[in-house]
Design a protein. Structure first.
Length: 239
């Protein structure tokens, strides 16, 4: 699908390269070179996706993402030269939907954009019946409410990014079942060879920080070595 994409990148050569590849894909592209301009475009323009560099003048990408997520669900693909786990988790925690670390392939960026746009591009036919109301999913002291998009752990509200919520929703629907990383990726983004299993691992690490009493000793969101992840059943998940 073709979309209106805003590219926020302070390096003019890099911005022009990204614009060229996205326009070849058929997208309408607006390029800005500082964070404040990126936020204004996302707020006031017909923006359908934001490609957002972290390191920008006036207002950095993390602050842009934080402000945007308070008022909009427009998909955000974050570009960063920061490669530490904490930096990447921070971007996802603020609401970025995906990230690419520099240097990156422009073709991979185009594929990531395509995958993010595809996630929201499947409206119901006009004569289709509305989907049934999803039930609240409860596993021990953890609850996931798909309709309200709310998570609680031990009675306290938990803030999740869209990717984290979807992963937790899938696991909570079948507690005890082991999902491979590939299966979880399919639920998150659809099948796309350019998206790596690292996306799942990063969401899992971030979720453990939010729902586990002791994130380094998880009792809810468990690793099944050599296979993938599962959500613990019943009392074991309610430590």
């Amino acid at each position: 699908m073709c979309a209106h994409v805003v590219v926020a990148e302070d390096d003019p050569k890099q911005a022009d390269l990204v614009r060229l590849y996205l326009e070849r894909e058929g997208h309408r592209v607006v390029v800005v070179h500082d964070g404040r301009a990126a936020l204004e475009q996302a707020r006031n323009g017909p923006t359908q996706l934001l490609v957002l560099d972290v390191m920008m003048p006036v207002m950095d990408g993390l602050d842009v993402c934080r402000a945007l997520r308070a008022e909009s669900a427009v998909p955000v693909l974050m570009l960063t030269a920061r490669t530490t786990e904490e930096d990447l988790l921070l971007g996802l925690d603020l609401g970025a939907d995906d990230y690419l670390t520099k240097p990156y392939s422009p073709r991979e960026l185009v594929a990531r954009v395509r995958a993010l746009l595809r996630r929201g591009s499947h409206p119901l036919p006009q004569d289709a019946a509305p989907p049934p109301r999803p039930a609240v999913l409860t596993t021990g002291a953890l609850t996931v409410d798909p309709l309200r998009h709310e998570v609680t752990a031990d009675g306290r509200p938990v803030s999740c990014t869209p990717g984290e919520f979807r992963l937790l929703e899938v696991l909570a629907a079948q507690p005890g079942r082991v999902f491979t990383r590939a299966q979880l990726l399919e639920h998150l983004h659809g099948i796309d060879r350019y998206i790596t299993t690292r996306t799942v691992d990063t969401h899992v690490m971030n979720l453990r920080r939010k729902i586990e009493p002791q994130p380094r000793r998880p009792t809810r969101l468990l690793t099944v070595y050599g296979i993938g992840y599962k959500l613990a059943e019943g009392p074991r998940g309610a430590s």
